[in-house]
Design a protein around this ligand. Sequence first.
Ligand SMILES: [Zn+2]
Length: 300
Amino acid sequence: MVAFNKTHNCKICNREGVYFYDEQFLSPRLTKYFIDYYGEEKFKLFINKLEGINFILLKCDNCKFIWQKNSPDDKFSYLLYENLIDSDKSLEKSKLKFVKDKFRVSHEINLLFHKFKKQKINILDFGAGWGHWLLSGDKNKYNPYAFELSNKRKNFLKKMEINVIDFDNINNYKNCFHFIRLDQVLEHLDNFNHIFKILKKLARKDCIFFISVPDGSNLLKDPYNIKIQKGPIQPLEHLNCFSRFSLEKLILRENFQIIGLKETIIMHFYYFLNGKANISLFYNDVKNYFYSTSIKFKFK
Ligand SMILES: [Zn+2]
């Protein structure tokens, strides 16, 4: 019974990966990490899946990108995200984030609303989790949609009156969205081609996309000294470790165009003319244009 997929070649440029880290998943060090992170009881539920499998990291210097060679298959992933991660704790975390970010997110949504000059826009949070981002804005201005696979989260989202999309109904939403965001999603995925195909199908021609992933730039500078911990490289969960360079390369490979500085400034200026402005959001968008692993882009 193998619960893992193997990826030998770079997920961005397809060159053969360079090995630089190899340790058994059940080594004392990784075992300690799993027990600390998931708890001893939960660890017992998947210990047998790890037998004889190694935690292997490969890198591509051409793309400044790191990935885990062995990644959990669909069934193991579902177990991991639906049953092993403590859902009460994760909901609590999401609620705290909602309170902390509500003001800023409502401005983020307003900014988009003013850009499109429509009565209402369609917004998709792809991998929405508990939906805290979608709940933060003024619902008169947008229809909230969440793409989510976890049943617990889907039920919660429906209760919050968020429209839920999954693989069963995805074909009903072709060319539907003005804005699609993937926040902390791409680092978990095995296959980028598949996800970009879906995004292209769901987006309107004038859609704005936003992707944000953990910034692994520092780890990429010194890959031989990585630590086993939560962060951009996290056993089983964070399968991909990006730098700005690699994220940009992936987006360009998919034939998208990164939203330019001029367009970013015009968007904020228009928002300002409509009587609103948010300096920290403006600062963030400009900063993200230059560095960071958070990128806004659109079709060419
Ligand atoms: Zn590469």
